[in-house]
Structures are given as structure tokens and as C-alpha cells.
Design a protein around this ligand. Structure first.
Ligand SMILES: *[C@@H]1O[C@H](CO)[C@@H](O)[C@H](O)[C@H]1NC(C)=O
Length: 315
């Protein structure tokens, strides 16, 4: 017994370190992850990426991983109290959990670019479930994981674990936000209680495209409810939120010049009804030359044109 017991204890401790929430994709030194500087409000320098990431129509060739729970494009982010999206300064942001992290007190922020077939298979399989019409095969991913990170001014042992995954096949782009245990919402400098990490202006989750119209605040953002984010989802998987971000494509249809078009709906885009358009099941509007049939008239509708039986027309 005397020799076995310490061995068992060691084994248990190791397992405890490795056991991660199954919602999180693998991360850590064993995956080849790097870590961000251990610095309050710190960030990486610009990280070049080998596949450009298309974020709402804009291609990005590099990104920053910011300690305060944000991946940003163009500039690093040191702001610790979150602002509601859309941001007035137009910065493109992916924010799994924007709040006042302090990784000098506890935790690490890991990141890696990956083309590991095991990871890409797993992402592709998940995306097939969420977007069955897309037949998406990931060819690239970027994984950033905030592992057991503390909050600024902490006088507790509370930590949060969360992850942001960017993935692309060269054309489509998605973000996947995954939540492990979330126990604090607010740093001391944002009005939070050092003993609980709650109160003040709580964390914000979602994304901001930078164009002021395409953004999303995960419900509960900047309210005390954000501490329950692990129980929420838009893909029927508690603790996971998934968004297509290459361009704005709402569930159930397409967007044509800022107008919503349902799947399979057709319309003419020109006042002489020569180009007929359709929202296909991929969420794309496709147009081809097709005129009104001879017994119909081209008429203007709300924002488009349709071929209708003319008023007073006889057959
Ligand atoms: C649209 O049309 C396709 C092909 O005809 C069909 O498979 C699909 O179910 C339709 N979708 C909707 C939402 O009506």
C-alpha cells in the first residue's frame, strides 16, 4: 500500500489536468499550441495565417489573440470593459468572452493554426450536422483557448475556460464558440466584485463585423446572465454557438441587397423583368435571363419586380 498510494495520487492528478470538457476541441502543449504573453490586457503580435479568413466580405491574412477574450483583425485589443456590438470604431472582432481576463493571476491563453486531419474531420462532421445543405469540408482551422483564466483584481480562485475556433474551406468561413466552465463575468476595474468576479459591466460574447450591420450579441451579453452561457446554444448543443461569417446569411433564406428572400423564392431584379433570380438552398441568390411569359406583365413589387396578370387584361 505504502508504495502504490502515491503512484495512484500522481495518476489521478495527471488525469485531472488532461480531462477537458468534451465540447472543446483539443488544445494545449500536446497539440502544438503556443501561448500569449502573460500580461494584463496583453495580446500576441499579428499572427500570419496561411489561408485568408473571409470575415463579412473582407479577407484577413493575419489576426491577433487578445488575453481579454477576443480574436481581432487589423489591431490588437487591450480594452477590458466590453462595449455592446456594433462597435462604433468598426473593429472586426470575434469575442468568445470579452471581459477583463488576467492570465498573470491564473490560466493560459493557447492558440494554433491547424491543418491536422483529425481536427478538420471533427469540425467537418460537426458542421455537417449544423449546416446539412453546405457539404462543408474544413481545410483550415485556427483554435484559441482561454484555459482556466482568472479575472483582473481577483481575490477568489474562480476561473473561466472557453474557446474560439475559426474554420474555412477557402470560400466559406465559420466561427465556433465553445464554453467550458464559466464562473466569473467581470473584473474589478469594470465594477466587478473582487471576491465573486460578478456585478459591474459583465462580459460580452458574439462578433462584430466592423460594418455596423453584421454583428451578434449572444443573449445575456453584458448582463449577469452571461455566467450561464454554457447552458445556451444556437445549434442545439449547450455551450456551443456557431456562425457563418464569410457573409451574412440568415437561417431560412438569402439576403439580396439587404432584403430577405426565402429559400426557393423567385423574383425579377429589373423593371423590364428580363433577369429572374432565385434563392437556392445554399443561401445564394442566382439570376439568369428569363422573361415574363407572354400573357403576364412585369410589375414592381416592394423591392423587386414580378410577372403578374395585368389589371384589366383579358384572356
Ligand atoms: C426547395 O426546392 C428544392 C428542390 O426542388 C427542395 O428539395 C427543397 O425542399 C425546397 N426547400 C424549401 C424550403 O422549400
Amino acid at each position: 500500500m505504502k508504495t502504490i498510494l502515491p503512484l495512484l495520487l500522481v495518476a489521478t492528478a495527471c488525469l485531472g489536468d488532461l480531462a477537458t470538457d468534451p465540447i472543446l476541441y483539443p488544445y494545449g502543449p500536446s497539440e502544438g499550441d503556443r501561448i500569449t504573453p502573460r500580461k494584463d490586457d496583453g495580446a500576441t503580435s499579428a499572427i500570419p495565417i496561411s489561408t485568408p479568413f473571409v470575415f463579412f466580405g473582407k479577407k484577413h491574412n493575419s489576426l491577433y489573440v487578445n488575453n481579454n477574450g477576443v480574436i481581432s483583425f487589423g489591431v490588437a485589443v487591450s480594452k477590458y470593459t466590453p462595449d455592446a456590438f456594433p462597435l462604433t470604431d468598426g473593429s472586426p472582432f470575434v469575442a468568445p468572452y470579452w471581459g477583463d481576463v488576467n492570465n498573470q493571476i491564473a490560466g493560459k491563453v493557447y492558440y494554433r493554426e491547424s491543418k491536422d486531419p483529425n481536427l478538420l474531420d471533427r469540425i467537418s462532421k460537426d458542421m455537417k450536422e449544423y449546416y446539412p445543405n453546405f457539404n462543408y469540408r474544413a481545410t483550415w482551422a485556427f483554435v484559441a483557448t482561454w484555459d482556466k483564466v482568472a479575472y483582473f483584481g481577483s481575490r477568489s480562485k474562480k476561473t473561466n475556460t472557453f474557446q474560439a475556433v475559426l474554420t474555412s474551406n477557402g470560400k466559406l468561413a465559420f466561427i465556433i464558440l465553445n464554453y467550458g466552465p464559466i464562473t466569473w463575468t467581470t473584473g474589478k476595474a469594470s465594477g466587478g466584485d473582487p471576491l465573486t468576479g460578478l456585478g459591474g459591466i459583465p462580459a460580452q460574447a458574439g462578433f462584430n463585423s466592423g460594418d455596423k450591420t453584421h454583428y451578434f450579441n449572444i443573449p445575456g451579453s453584458r448582463t449577469p446572465d452571461i455566467v450561464n452561457i454554457k447552458k445556451t446554444s444556437n445549434v442545439n448543443t449547450p455551450g456551443r454557438w456557431v456562425f457563418e461569417v464569410d457573409r451574412f446569411r440568415p437561417a431560412g433564406g438569402c439576403v439580396y441587397e439587404a432584403n430577405f428572400v426565402r429559400y426557393n423564392e423567385t423574383f425579377w431584379k429589373d423593371p423590364t423583368c428580363e433577369m429572374k433570380c432565385k434563392c437556392n438552398m445554399d443561401g445564394d441568390v442566382e439570376c439568369e435571363e428569363e422573361w415574363c411569359s407572354s400573357n403576364l406583365l412585369c410589375q414592381s413589387s416592394t423591392w423587386h419586380y414580378t410577372c403578374r396578370i395585368g389589371i384589366g387584361q383579358c384572356f
